[in-house]
Each structure stands twice: as C-alpha cells, then as structure tokens.
Design a protein around this ligand. Structure first.
Ligand code: PMP
Length: 349
C-alpha cells in the first residue's frame, strides 16, 4: 500500500522554452518584443515596503475599475486573475461542471485539455476542417460547455463575430468561453455580445498586446451573475491573487492608450512584412491575426528548420502533434529580429 494510489496524477502543460543563453532571438512564446508603456518605471520607483509587508487588495478594485472603464462596461462584469491562464482555469472549474463533455477544436491552445484533465471535466475535441477552420455545425451537439480561442492558437486564424455568435446562440444551455488572448492584433472582439448572451465569457490578457507577460495579468468579461460565480470560486481557493506592484503596473499600462495602439500597429506591420518574405522563400502561411505566424515549407520539414534555427540561436515553436507537425509557430519580434530570421531561413531552405 502507498499514498500514491490516492494521488491526483496529471500530464502537465509544457510551456515554451525560456533559454538562459544570451544573444538569442526568442520567437517561441509569443511575447511582445517591445517594452511596456513607459509609465512603468515611475511606478517601480514609488513602490514602498507596504506593498510587500501587507496583503494586496483581494478585490483588485483599482485595476478592475480601470479595465471596466477601458472597455466601457460595469465593474461587476469584470474578473481579474494571474494571467489569462489563471482566469481560464478558474472559469473552467466554475462553468464546466456537467457530465456532458466540454467541446473545443482539435487544434487549439494546448492548455484546454490539461485543465479539463486536472479538474476531471469530460471533454471532446472537434476536428477543424482541412484549412484549420471551425465548422460551426459540429458544435450543435449535446455538450457541457464550449471554449474557442479567437484568433485561434497556434494557427492565428480569426473567425468573425457573427460566426462566433452563431455558436453561442445555438448553445444557450452551455457556457461559451471565447479566449481573446490575441484579439488586439487586428481581430474584432466578441465583447459587445456579453449583454446579449448570458452564457458568454470573453477572456483577455496583458501578456501579448500590453507587453507584460512577466507580470501575469489576465481578465474576463461577462454578465454580472457569471462573474460572481467565477469570483466565488476564486475566493474559495486564493483571496490574494494579484500583488500590489502588479496592480499598479497594470494601471500604468491602461493609462497610456497611445503607446498601446502604436505597439499593436508595429507588431501587425512587422507580421505582414515577415509573412511576405516567408512566402517568397516557399512557405505557406495561415493569414494569422495574432502576434505570430503559423507556417509550413513546401520542401523542408518543419522539425528540420526548427533545429537548424536553434543552431543559429533563433528559437521558434514546433509542436510534434498530429496535423500540425509540419508547421512552425513564429512569434513576431522586432523588424531587426525578423530580418535575421529571414536571413537564416534563406540559408536553411
Ligand atoms: N490563451 C491563449 C490562446 C494563449 O496562447 C495563451 C498564451 N500561452 C494564453 C491564453 C495565456 O496567456 P497568459 O496566461 O500569459 O495571459
């Protein structure tokens, strides 16, 4: 006999590498290559010992207010957490409590099945079509909830608000989570639908478009009742999620909208230029609306290109998984980094 028979065992999510080496070009975890809005420096200088000595505000009041004001919604429609991973995990635990399976695409953010496993939520993946598009009619089946990343990851493919609305409308008895981690890079948000559909939750992050992956700020917007359900679960696990410096730094980002928009535009412009150059080198690309490209080469295998890039200290993401094992996901870096990537790829392919 051993305690081990009683252990909850899971296969964990594996995040992209964070190499310690210097002078690498890191295009493997969809971080933003630009610094956060400059206001952060002043905030860091004003952090006092109370920020460490005392517990932070469990309600995250100021940041919740600022996010609500930014999106022009009531504060009790906003839930803030430690990155959108924490928000999504808490939402899974709260909203997906059925015997029927939660459904999501076969190719999507690879954390969804991990959360389902750890929380013992039954799930079923629904194959995307041959162009990696969602087939809406496949979602008209009995289910215990739906989660859709829009734009999807790792494909970057964006579906329209009307299209997503069709799925929400067809499933009034299921919570539908729309993960908009990458929406600021050219997509149209489903947020206006939250007042129309009580079953919708939209999840966002400061990690990508606000250049703050290291701080861990994410949030969800939904109707008051749904947000209260999620908040009750949060307060049943950990009252103090965001720390005081993080809250202050998140506020600084929201104050500088001009910087935020400029940063997104720069990433979009670099994405389009890099995509054109890769197509000239014989790659096909999925028309990504995210801060990454998802590409496949007509001759050279993705795994080979991945290894060759690594030898040249350029890190991209390769998923050894069915249907996408000949693709590379390349995060958008600075123009200079993307030039170096293109130069290296010219040698490799
Ligand atoms: N959703 C998607 C689709 C993602 O790709 C990521 C980034 N790994 C996240 C959510 C989580 O991001 P974060 O926890 O940094 O907000």
């Amino acid at each position: 006999m051993s305690y081990e028979a009683n252990v909850r065992r899971v296969t964990p999510y594996v995040p992209g590498e964070q190499p310690k080496e210097k002078n690498i070009i890191k295009l493997n975890t969809n971080e933003n290559p630009y610094p956060p809005a400059p206001g952060w420096r002043e905030i860091v200088n004003t952090i006092d010992e109370d920020a460490f000595r005392k517990y932070p505000d469990p309600l995250i009041t100021d940041l919740t207010h600022a996010i609500a004001a930014y999106h022009k919604v009531d504060i009790d429609k906003v839930f803030v957490g430690i990155g959108s991973d924490d928000v999504l995990a808490t939402a899974f635990l709260t909203l997906f409590n059925s015997e029927k399976p939660v459904i999501f695409p076969d190719i999507t953010y690879s954390f969804y099945d991990v959360w389902a496993d750890v929380f013992r939520i039954p799930y079923k993946t629904i194959p995307l079509d041959e162009n990696f598009r969602i087939k809406a009619e496949d979602y008209n089946i009995p289910n215990g909830g739906i989660v859709i990343a829009n734009p999807n990851a790792p494909t970057g493919i964006l579906e329209s608000v009307d299209f997503i609305e069709g799925i929400i409308k067809a499933n009034p008895d299921s919570a539908v989570i729309v993960d908009e981690a990458y929406i600021d890079f050219g997509g149209e948000t489903c947020l206006p639908l939250i007042d129309k559909y009580e079953n919708l939750l939209v999840v966002r992050t400061f990690s990508k478009s606000r250049c703050m992956a290291g701080l861990r700020i994410g949030y969800a917007i939904g109707n008051v009742k749904m947000i209260k359900f999620i908040s009750d679960v949060k307060f049943s696990i950990n009252s103090y999620t965001l720390n005081t410096p993080t809250i202050a730094l998140g506020l600084a980002s929201l104050r500088d909208n001009e910087y935020f928009e400029e940063c997104c535009q720069r990433v979009i412009a670099t994405r389009e230029r890099a995509e054109e150059q890769l197509i000239k080198l014989g790659f096909k690309s999925t028309n990504s609306y995210a801060n990454f490209l998802f590409v496949s080469h007509k001759e050279k295998k993705a795994e080979y290109i991945f290894e060759e890039l690594k030898k040249r200290k350029i890190y991209v993401r390769y998923f050894k998984k069915p249907r996408i094992d000949n693709y590379l996901r390349i995060s958008i870096g600075t123009d200079d980094e993307m030039e170096k990537l293109v130069e290296a790829l010219k040698e490799i392919v």
